[in-house]
Design a protein around this ligand. Structure first.
Ligand code: SAM
Length: 272
């Protein structure tokens, strides 16, 4: 298979910067990502397949591969390239507007693997969508710029510690697989990238947790209590904080995932 740079030339296509189109052209990085994804016989969801560099690796092992690409030009080129591949479904959609139910209808109910070289401009919304999803995600291999990746491994009190760090580290074991320089991409971005592996830890998460996390970190300098007043009355907030064994004056950045699980469970209990 030609690499994405040669395919672009052959098809007379230009990368669309606004859609974060930096194609991975490093063959060894591509096979390493497929190896880490380890999707033998499993359904796979790929976000932003572009011209299919990673798709080509994943499709060899996946039982079924659903590739969701927003750019019609890329989706058409993919359909042409992979028209004889029976286990690949290419969908031209905005991933952020693709529901869990629609994805499950394509991939079935068994555990899935997610793989993506994420578009930089919406890395956080896509990751939040995946972390809050009710899909049976078993493992994710996600490529993103260094600065974004640091959020997923950040510890309490770190500058970039926030809702995504907590959700990711609660639901998954997160580890750094490799670092990629701009030379691995075409066109080369201005930043370095990191490949992260998310291995599922638990499927149990209180429903209220994402909303509570967002409100707790809404204003980083405010106390937990003051931030929670944005979504619930003072008495409910105080009871939930006390029930979770926390201090109302604490700041969200000092709390860990277990603290937020207790807090979300207390809120749900009080609301019942
Ligand atoms: N997977 C390819 C590779 O590694 O060479 C392309 C990766 S490129 C960084 C990101 C891809 O995501 C682009 O093909 C872009 O068109 C696509 N994309 C951008 N926004 C999207 C969205 N909201 N939903 C689905 N795909 C999107």
């Amino acid at each position: 298979m030609l690499n994405s740079k040669d395919l672009l030339t052959e098809m007379g296509l230009c990368p669309n910067k606004a859609l974060g189109q930096n194609f991975l052209v490093d063959a060894s990085a591509l096979s390493r990502i497929a190896e880490i994804a380890d999707c033998h016989g499993m359904p796979v969801l790929e976000i932003g397949p572009g011209l299919g560099a990673l798709t080509n690796e994943l499709v060899q092992d996946a039982s079924r591969l659903l590739a969701v690409e927003i750019d019609r030009r890329m989706a058409d080129a993919l359909m042409l390239q992979f028209q004889t591949q029976p286990n690949l479904k290419i969908v031209c959609r905005d991933f952020l507007k693709y529901s869990d139910e629609e994805i499950a209808a394509e991939l079935g109910s068994s555990q899935i693997v997610v793989a993506a070289n994420l578009p930089y401009y919406i890395t956080s919304p896509i990751c939040a969508r995946l972390l809050e999803s009710r899909l049976p995600i078993h493992r994710m291999v996600l490529m993103m710029q260094d600065e974004a990746a640091e959020r997923f491994t950040a510890k309490p009190k770190a500058k970039n510690y926030g809702p995504l760090s907590i959700l990711a580290q609660y639901l998954y074991d997160v580890s750094v697989v490799s670092k990629l320089s701009p030379a691995s991409y075409y066109p080369a971005p201005d930043v370095n990238s990191t490949v992260l592996l998310f291995e599922r830890n638990t499927n149990i998460m209180p429903k209220a947790m994402p909303k509570i996390l967002r409100s707790a970190f809404a204003m980083r300098r405010k106390t937990l209590l003051n931030n929670m007043l944005g979504i619930m009355p003072k008495q409910t907030s105080l009871s939930a904080i006390e029930c979770a064994g926390l201090e109302p004056t604490v700041r969200a950045e000092a709390l860990n995932a277990d603290d937020f699980v207790r807090l979300a469970m207390a809120v749900e209990h009080i609301a019942d």
